[in-house]
Design a protein around this ligand. Structure first.
Ligand code: UT7
Length: 335
């Protein structure tokens, strides 16, 4: 049995900055409400014609991650692509990345686990590397939320939160023998599937229905979120899955060097930070600048924290996510 290690990180966000004031011109919202409830100050949105899409942003983040891992596209054995906003209903983003990066006929798998997508994707990569089946796995989380949100007042409780962007990590066989990905912990609870969901297009809200119904009155095509219900479950599940990861490795909260939560809402991150009594320099948040980028949020934050020198060799890095499904999970890494 091998162990795996993250050998390269990269991220990309579109240039177009959308502030809270910009959104208040489109809907009945305001900077004070958004900041107070979420901590978000601005986010990035793809601009029509800028060439970006979910898969294109994934390629941009992946190119940086590969450079940092000192690997060529031909060194990658497998792609795991996490998104809830693929360019096409099918096929998924993984095969598009494979084509754009010229990666021959290697396998590509799409993960559909929303905010927990990157954590699930890392876990998948880790298993394939551990068994020896693959040596280098490219893991991507990428989202184009702005293409599918309701920017009228009707959609304000969802659309002010989400932003676009991509992050990538190369998960490789750990040749050094020390450190690496220690463990991953995954969960789901499908009975809450409707609490944070987008119902159509799907086989239950399919093309004849789209044509037959009046699209303007037809809300299944916009995401729905029961915000307070999700918030309450998020803080419980985040705590449980962090404790689960620590216990599995015989560690305590005092062993955490840096905690990188899914960037859902600054108030959720602060709640967890307070609960675990972590000092500010042990928690990395950037949703103030990027909003909630779902599957991309952890790899963007991880890559940015690493760039800023906040992650050092030997550090215990804890990743945790919660979101639609509900799904949640954690990753324990010795850097
Ligand atoms: O990443 C996936 C996981 N997602 C999460 O973890 C999100 C968890 N939930 C949340 O972050 C919060 O619940 C929200 C930020 C989404 C909402 O905050 P809240 O404190 O739960 O607000 P609320 O939904 O209870 O709404 C309070 C009021 C309502 O008005 P009334 O009924 O009190 O008159 C809303 O209509 O705020 C109103 N409102 C807004 N006002 C201005 C909702 N959205 C907005 C808005 N601007 N954008």
């Amino acid at each position: 049995m091998y162990t795996s290690k993250i050998t390269g990180l990269g991220h990309y966000v579109p240039e177009n900055i959308v502030t809270n004031d910009d959104l208040s011109k489109l809907m009945d919202t305001n900077d004070a409400w958004i900041r107070e409830r979420t901590g978000i100050e601005e986010r990035r949105h793809i601009k029509k014609g800028d060439g970006n899409s979910t898969s294109v942003m994934g390629v941009k983040a992946a190119t940086i991650a590969l450079e940092r891992a000192k690997l060529a596209p031909s060194d990658i054995d497998f792609i795991v692509f996490a998104t809830l906003s693929p360019d096409m209903y099918f096929p998924g983003g993984g095969v598009q990345v494979q084509d754009m990066m010229g990666m021959g006929t290697i396998p590509a798998l799409d993960v559909r686990n929303q905010c927990s997508g990157f954590v699930y994707a890392i876990s998948v990569a880790d298993q394939f590397v551990k068994t020896g089946m693959y040596k280098n796995v490219l893991v991507i989380g990428s989202e184009n939320h702005s293409g599918g949100l309701d920017f009228t007042t009707r959609g304000r409780s969802v659309s002010v939160i989400f932003g676009d962007g991509a992050g990538a990590a190369v998960v490789s066989r750990n040749e050094s023998g020390t450190g690496g990905i220690l463990s991953t912990h995954l969960h789901s609870e499908g009975k809450h599937k409707d609490q944070l969901s987008l119902q159509g297009p799907s086989t239950e809200h399919w093309v004849p229905e789209i044509i037959a119904e009046n699209p303007q009155e037809d809300i299944p095509y916009y995401p729905y979120m029961n915000g307070q219900f999700v918030f309450k479950h998020a803080i419980v599940r985040f705590s449980e899955v962090i404790k689960e990861g620590l216990a599995a490795n015989d560690m305590g909260v005092e062993d955490i060097d840096i905690f990188i939560p899914h960037q859902a809402n600054l108030r959720i991150s602060q709640f967890i930070q307070k609960k675990f009594q972590l000092p500010d320099d042990k928690v990395y948040n950037n949703m103030q600048k990027y909003g909630n980028t779902t599957a991309a949020s952890i790899p963007i934050a991880l890559s940015e924290a690493w760039e800023k020198g906040k992650i050092k060799e030997g550090d215990l890095v804890v990743l945790a996510a919660f979101g639609s499904g509900f799904t949640w999970g954690s990753v324990m890494i010795r850097w």
